[in-house]
Design a protein around this ligand. Structure first.
Ligand code: MG
Ligand code: MG
Ligand code: ZN
Length: 368
């Protein structure tokens, strides 16, 4: 309510002082004026500066990321290691705690910590996640589950049943049905709780029609979804469908986490074309999300990565489209990681800070 009053006041002001045509303030222009209503946190797993640079040069030297003007850097180190894994870093974002590698939504003493998604749900906001890994993989898991070890995938899947999440899309059907540890059918349990659940056997991306009256889940693969290069195409359309669904699910706003999960896998594979194709898919989604933010002032968009993967470097090359690259590891590195912010409160993401500060900044902006 405060938000609409402030917005109306801003519009009236434009009208009375300039006499010019009234235009909606862009999300960026209204950055400091209003508390965010919607939070979209976009994580490019393993998306360091070189991954971004390689995507940019390979795309005629342009990225949607160039539309951001509030840019900062975070320090991704874990509690017990300089080089983080995805679990520790995502828990830094979701809970504001430095924790040990392989932790999922727990602090360094394995005590569960309340996540941004849980904070949002508790206050009546809609919540959602869309990823290109399994939905129980470390990054999404850290927002919804609490587990001392990231590979306890079947236990992590159980958290979805009781989470109240309004929209989720990703692979990993096998952790929900025909499980190894027990006979539970988590998808049936979710349907019994009112969910509309679809899977890759029945799904036609052009006919994704979540019912606004029901929470929705789409399991896109039995295990890991395919790479973009092998034909995966659901990430953009399901991300956009989710925006509409989340707006329908609550009048109070939403918290939405979108992950380009496989930029990291291209890094582990030391495969430049894998990195670049995943990076450019993620960047296209970023462009669409920024367009949404322009149409819906009050939407804060934060784009970052959990860590860099591959110790990736670009060397002198014959052309921008034929990059000569090198890798120093098949693992992660400890590099500082860029943070791009757009919309109300974006300014507060400028500077250099710990990865846990992303949680702190969102909590402060939301008044939570
Ligand atoms: Mg990662
Ligand atoms: Mg991930
Ligand atoms: Zn990784």
């Amino acid at each position: 309510m405060l938000f609409s009053v402030a917005l109306v006041a801003a519009l009236l002001c434009v009208q009375c002082h300039s006499g010019k045509e009234v235009t909606m303030p862009t999300a960026a222009a209204s950055a400091t004026a209003i508390k965010p209503r919607n939070i979209i946190l976009m994580i490019g797993d393993g998306m360091g500066l070189t991954q971004i640079t390689a995507g940019m040069y390979s795309n005629n030297n342009r990225l949607e990321l160039e539309r951001f003007n509030s840019i900062g850097l975070h320090k991704p180190h874990a509690y017990n290691k300089l080089v983080t894994d995805s679990g520790a870093s995502a828990t830094g974002f979701s809970c504001g705690k430095k924790t040990y590698n392989y932790a999922i939504g727990v602090d360094h003493d394995t005590i569960p910590c309340k996540t941004l998604m849980e904070e949002a749900k508790e206050r009546g906001l809609a919540t959602g996640m869309v990823v290109s890994s399994t939905i129980v993989h470390a990054t999404p898991a850290s927002f919804i589950a609490h587990n001392k070890y990231r590979r306890n995938y079947e236990e992590i899947a159980e958290a979805f049943v009781t989470s109240g999440i309004d929209y989720f899309v990703g692979g990993g059907l096998k952790y929900f049905q025909n499980r190894i540890k027990d006979d539970r059918d988590l998808l049936q349990e979710m349907r019994d709780r009112g969910y509309l659940i679809e899977d890759y056997f029945h799904q036609d991306l052009n006919h994704l029609r979540p019912d606004p009256d029901k929470p929705y889940g789409f399991l896109t693969a039995h295990e890991d979804p395919l790479p973009v290069e092998s034909g995966r195409d659901y990430l953009l359309p399901t991300t956009m469908t989710g925006l509409t669904h989340l707006m329908n699910r609550s009048e109070l706003g939403f918290f939405y986490m979108v992950e380009g999960s496989q930029i990291d896998w291209g890094g582990h594979a030391n495969n430049s074309s894998y990195i670049i194709s995943e990076m450019l898919e993620f960047d296209r989604i970023i462009g669409n999300i920024l367009d949404f933010a322009d149409r819906h002032p009050g939407t804060l968009v934060v784009v970052t990565a959990d860590h860099e993967t591959g110790g990736y470097a670009i060397l002198e090359s014959s052309s921008m489209n034929k990059l000569n690259t090198a890798f120093t590891t098949i693992g992660h590195t400890a590099d500082l990681i860029p943070v791009f912010a757009y919309g109300p409160g974006a300014d507060s993401f400028q500077g250099i800070y710990e990865n846990t500060a992303i949680y702190d900044k969102i909590m402060t902006l939301m008044g939570w």
